[in-house]
Write a protein that binds this ligand. Sequence first.
Ligand SMILES: [Zn+2]
Length: 150
Amino acid sequence: MNYTNMLAVAFAEAQAGFDEGGVPVGAALFDAHGNLLGRGRNRRVQDNDPSIHGETDAFRKAGRQTNYRDKILVTTLAPCWYCSGLIRQFNIGTVVVGESVNFEGHLDWLKDAGVHIVEMNDADCIALMRRFIEQSPQIWFEDIGECACT
Ligand SMILES: [Zn+2]
């Protein structure tokens, strides 16, 4: 499985989100053969909708799937609680994580549930998110549900 090429799809979504002034998290859902099922990005800012994360957007774009155990969710950033809950709810088998430096997420909680986690530690993902956090810290803290005032 070529996780680097799969991550490139998610990264292109993150970059598009950044260019739109949004939170640069992109994601894509693939089947067991590496075929793209859906792709998306965080559109909290663009659509004024805090429920559209990269992962949920890609998940919804993929439409109904009968089984998620053999699916691969690729995301540029370690999933938040909301998206981690989605992964566990639907038993998504594999999650490819672009980076967990800027946000460590809850990867152990996913691993404990038997999710196969592939950490890419990708320099482009790290740099894009770091740039966003430096430029728009208040939007970032809003996105992760934390107050920036402390
Ligand atoms: Zn999320």
